[in-house]
Design a protein around this ligand. Sequence first.
Ligand SMILES: NC(=O)c1ccc[n+]([C@@H]2O[C@H](COP(=O)([O-])OP(=O)(O)OC[C@H]3O[C@@H](n4cnc5c(N)ncnc54)[C@H](O)[C@@H]3O)[C@@H](O)[C@H]2O)c1
Ligand SMILES: [Zn+2]
Ligand SMILES: [Zn+2]
Length: 382
Amino acid sequence: MRAMVYRGPYRIRVEDKPRPIIEHPNDAIVKVTRAAICGSDLHLYHGMMPDTRVGTTFGHEFIGAVEEVGSSVRTLQPGDRVMVPFNIFCGTCFFCARGLFANCHNVNPNATAVGGIYGYSHTCGGYDGGQAEYVRVPFADVGPSLIPDWMDDEDAVLLTDAVATGYFGAQLGNIHEGDVVVVFGAGPVGLAAAMSSWLMGAGRVIVIDHLEYRLAKARSFAHAETYNFTEHADVVVLLKKLTDHLGADVAIDAVGAEADGNLLQHVTAAKLKLQGGSPVALNWAIDSVRKGGTVSVMGAYGPMFSAVKFGDAMNKGLTLRMNQCPVKRQWPRLFEHVRNGYLKPSELVTHRIPLEHIAEGYHIFSAKLDGCIKPLVVPENA
Ligand SMILES: NC(=O)c1ccc[n+]([C@@H]2O[C@H](COP(=O)([O-])OP(=O)(O)OC[C@H]3O[C@@H](n4cnc5c(N)ncnc54)[C@H](O)[C@@H]3O)[C@@H](O)[C@H]2O)c1
Ligand SMILES: [Zn+2]
Ligand SMILES: [Zn+2]
């Protein structure tokens, strides 16, 4: 089959690879019809994620048609259209039983902190991902769901990560009616978090980024008030001024480890790798939320330390909440929001890139060229 293959930082190729086979009776092989490139894939692409091995295939957002099922699979049949959450999870361990699907204890022999994620380095289990013609889906009775007849493919693929994660970010914000919510980052996750904040009762939604075209999308897609942090000497002071000098009730970090806006943080994180990611947006979130407020962290950070303003968070009495999104837990409510027209995930899609040209897709998305917000990947025979 044809598959995206990692060759080293900033080096992506499409190569022939053996088609995956059933390795366990509860596996399925899925023929990918749409995949996406996630902001998290950029951390891999930039060489930020430990144990990203040459030869692996990325891609944790994908939908497809079931090609083959193992002997114990009961819920799927060849030909079924399925959406597959980015988490690989067993459904029965201590953590899965508590809905912590992203923290499954049975799917990742390489780490205890994080569970399994398709195409996301050996740190996250070493599974090959869906930026390929075919992908092996373990625990096929547990993760995938049938795509409802009424749902568009492009809405479905965005629900396998970006939109579910944005929704989860708003959920962890513990938003009360009328709250002021500030979202850092106007990528797909931040845009979905901003839109979801309204669905959870926010009274005001503010989005911060430095890319004008993305701030424009935050206004049109998420009806948010927007500010470009490069146009203000201090974005925290700006946010205080906008909120009666108290601060926002809730702040959502939808930026993560590669945040811009502070040269020292950038150099120590991205260049010298002295921290597990630059916490610029996270520190802005801690500083700009009011005392007693909540900070929800969706942005991804690597293992080990980051220079986070923990003492300020402690002394302000903040609630900090975070996780990789347990995607499938969000689906029942998200399906209703999409069906009722409150949310149209596919409005985030700006590019549809043939699998053969995926290297160009990574470059455009990484360099934020051509108005790129969310690139989809389309295998040739999809
Ligand atoms: N927790 C999860 O389950 C989960 C799932 C998906 C993605 N993520 C993470 O969420 C983050 C966002 O993903 P995405 O796909 O939207 O990525 P993206 O790269 O498209 O978007 C990030 C945005 O942040 C902006 N930005 C950079 N520095 C900033 C700053 N200091 N303040 C405000 N904005 C800033 C960038 O300009 C960009 O628009 C990534 O770190 C990704 O790894 C986490
Ligand atoms: Zn992702
Ligand atoms: Zn489990």
